[in-house]
Design a protein around this ligand. Sequence first.
Ligand code: MGD
Ligand code: MGD
Ligand code: SF4
Ligand code: MO
Length: 715
Amino acid sequence: MPLTLHSHDTSETRTHYRACHLCEAICGLVIETRDEEVISIKGDPNDPLSRGHICPKAIALKDIHEDPDRLRGPVKKVTAGAGEVEWQAISWEEALDTTAEWLVAITREHGVNALGIYMGNPTVHNYGMMTHQGQLFRHFRTDNRFSATSVDQLPHHLVALWLFGHKLMFPIPDIDRSDYFLMLGANPVASNGSIWTVPDIRNRIKAFKQRGGKLVVVDPRRTETAALASEHLFITPGTDALFLAAVLQTLFAEKLADPDHLGAFTSGLDTVADALADLTPEFAAAHCGIDANTIRTVARELAAAGAAICYGRMGVSTQRYGTLCQWLIQVINIATGNLDKPGGSLFTLPAVDQMQSVSPGGFGRHTSRVRGLPEFDRELPASTMAEEITTPGEGQIRALFTAAGNPVLSTPNGRQLDAALDQLDFMVSLDPYINETTRHADIILPPTSPLEHDHYDLAFHVNAMRNTTRFSEPVFDKPEGALHDWEIFNALAARVAAALGTEHQDAPAPDRIIDFGLKLGPYGDQHPLKLDLARLRDNPSGIDLGPLQSQLPERLRTADKTINCASAKPLADLERLREEFSAGRDDDLRLIGRRHVRSNNSWMHNYHRLVKGPERCTLLMHPEDMALRNLQDGMDVTLRSRAGEVRVAVEGSTDMMPGVVSLPHGFGHHRSGMQVTTASQHAGVSCNDVTDELALDALSGNAAVNGVPVSVTAA
Ligand SMILES: Nc1nc2c(c(=O)[nH]1)N[C@H]1C(S)=C(S)[C@@H](COP(=O)(O)OP(=O)(O)OC[C@H]3O[C@@H](n4cnc5c(=O)[nH]c(N)nc54)[C@H](O)[C@@H]3O)O[C@H]1N2
Ligand SMILES: Nc1nc2c(c(=O)[nH]1)N[C@H]1C(S)=C(S)[C@@H](COP(=O)(O)OP(=O)(O)OC[C@H]3O[C@@H](n4cnc5c(=O)[nH]c(N)nc54)[C@H](O)[C@@H]3O)O[C@H]1N2
Ligand code: SF4
Ligand SMILES: [Mo]
């Protein structure tokens, strides 16, 4: 177990060990400070998971901390003369009192569903937000809850729930011990991995190939990851379910399916085989752009490999068949005996085990008011948010609470939501920035900077390719009067409880909760390691808990401790797939997204060193498609869908599959009334002004931001 020294004081320079919380790779950092200044940020070679790896975003921790645009105290919107909007600094007392009064007043007058709540992605990178949001929201059990989950990984949760009995039971690719890797709709070389905490992926792929491993990447763009792969297959966006069904169909038809050690507690494979009988490689090939022989070869290679992985991420979740894709992926892992096997995909055993404390999740217990879309985990699809604000009637959203989210840029048809937010009676945002979304708020409550609070990766140890645990102390003391996110939740909860005349007790600080979770957890009081917070504080680079281990059937959370592959809803959804692809297809272009290693969704564009260099918000298009439309490199084009249009420069690229265009999301910083100076100078356009709130994975309600039918014409 690697041991590292405590932060040590010299006259003025201090060394700190701190996790990077910006993406799911959770790299360990060594941060040197002098007085109030960060003087260096480096990878921590003693971190048992990241082994010294960092990416160019790590240094942004300094930039975030020092950014003059970052709010240091609460502000309220006031309308000056001539309708000019201004932000006025107010005291925490006033900000918290006013917010609590509004939340109570609106829900008293119009019912609890009049309050909408949207929680963004950084919530899961900031453990205090996870441990303390319930303090406030338990007073408002509104049906109108939303989060970034439904523009992202909702299909993964549903499949985990249906197959393994808990929404957090994600099979994690064990690349370091694998022989064969089929990867769809993921670009970890840019994203650094997702639902797969895998720092230093580039070197892990290299080592995997050096050992003789074969990586096959299926993606409509030859991505940075595809460039490292043994083989890259272009696929028509939105057709992966056909491809995956054909792979599985081949495994059954050629009698290659063998769940092996899983057989004793697995059922339903025969039912799946029958249901897929007509979804042949020939049927898939007619639509997906990959020929039938290649599909059969992939199936045979998967079956023949000693240990193999099938994994798919954003590109196969946020599309019309997201849930079907994720279900097929896991049934392939099961049918080849590669689930719960070293070198295949395994479940983690994290030191703070949320399987003990977090509800397994539920689906479809209520539906959205306007469009009747199903809830998951008490949340409705984010694509319904605008209509729930603008459609009058009982249960209409009149007040909105956003926290760590920017749905105007991150959810489909963001322009519609942008307009809808103006109709609210009250909006409050827990956020350090005045951006595209929070500019609509009446009050903004900014938390401390990331370097001013402690850190534990409650979410990402659950998804990590190795079991490790680590606690980071704050790098700086918090400034006088500043509040952490979790303290803001406590403070609001106290005021709401007082107004409602109910009991309130501040929840203990998040580190106390982690201490408790560690002691109760699998390496705690009952284990020789006896992990608790004190042990973690003594080992700031982290503690290694070893490679992932086989844990089935014990770890299953299904009632009968078995895996039933014949999940009713995905099986029924095969009919939708057949129907769509039996009909002829339009010849529209298809829009997909893309990530860049120096981006992070919508909020990393305000730091000069992450945005300098060539313009990144361009529309990639194959030169043949450009020639057909008489377009030249760099020309402005109009990208148009049913939902909206943007004007953007086109960039020719033979890395694109013909018929497919790509635009990154998270740009569009051109709006008035914001305070993001550098981002505004690199404004770009928002991809989600073109994506369609009506384009969904119909089974789950997840947004289909990939595979959107579009046209491109000279502007
Ligand atoms: N640098 C950086 N890192 C990030 C983020 C970031 O914004 N920037 N965001 C973080 C977040 S929140 C997440 S969820 C993860 C996402 O992590 P990943 O899923 O690894 O990231 P993406 O780059 O979105 O990869 C999706 C891939 O799907 C492809 N694709 C699109 N449509 C289809 C399709 O129909 N079929 C197939 N097979 N492929 C398709 C795209 O071309 C793209 O290469 O990244 C995280 N890490
Ligand atoms: N077209 C298209 N759309 C997409 C995607 C795509 O690939 N294509 N990706 C989707 C995915 S995977 C995701 S996860 C979503 C992300 O969607 P969102 O979560 O809605 O958006 P972010 O850009 O992550 O916004 C983060 C916000 O949190 C604030 N913030 C950062 N740290 C903290 C903190 O510690 N505390 C608080 N209170 N606030 C903080 C930032 O200032 C910013 O306002 O976007 C989705 N949208
Ligand atoms: S890959 Fe980069 S952004 Fe992600 S955790 Fe590591 S240093 Fe931070
Ligand atoms: Mo995400």
